[in-house]
Write a protein that binds this ligand. Sequence first.
Ligand SMILES: Cc1cc2nc3c(=O)[nH]c(=O)nc-3n(C[C@H](O)[C@H](O)[C@H](O)COP(=O)(O)O)c2cc1C
Length: 170
Amino acid sequence: MVKIVGIGGSLRPGSYSQLALKIAAGRAQALGAEVEILDLRSLNLPFCDGENDYHDYPDVEKLRNGVKQADGLILATPEYHGSVSGALKNALDLMSFEHLDGKVAGAISVLGGQVNSNALNDLRTILRWVHAWVIPEQIAIGQAWKAGSALKERIERIKLTSKKSRHLEL
Ligand SMILES: Cc1cc2nc3c(=O)[nH]c(=O)nc-3n(C[C@H](O)[C@H](O)[C@H](O)COP(=O)(O)O)c2cc1C
């Protein structure tokens, strides 16, 4: 069975990007994948200091092992100051080629303003650097604060297999 790990880049309790990730994870599960969400809000992770060992933070290994064992990733980031959130970037910085090389990755960005690809483009650059394969399809959800319960409906409209819509603006 294909194993997918989902990581959301917001630590906010009512996070829309975590909600979007949950919905996308549900879609992947419905397609037959085993999906695990590694919730950064419940992991105790340090800032990456460039060293390899974080003995005081066992959750670093939990994150690394979860990702290493996965075939693919779904990463959902809020757009913060025109880019990927620091929390998600830090989680990715805590890993290396050993964990991320060869993973197939899908990306979602959620933002307060008008839809754009800024965070998605930066996420692609980061993932390319660690030799992950980012799929052409991507999802950007603008003005998330307006979405409320409609967010689920908006995400469910996505046809993951659609070749025409490689960039979905919701
Ligand atoms: C530090 C910070 C920076 C932000 N920068 C942007 C931004 O550059 N563009 C934008 O459209 N929204 C920006 N926002 C709004 C968030 O993208 C928006 O509130 C989003 O819903 C947050 O994701 P979450 O709901 O998963 O927490 C920013 C919010 C914060 C807290």
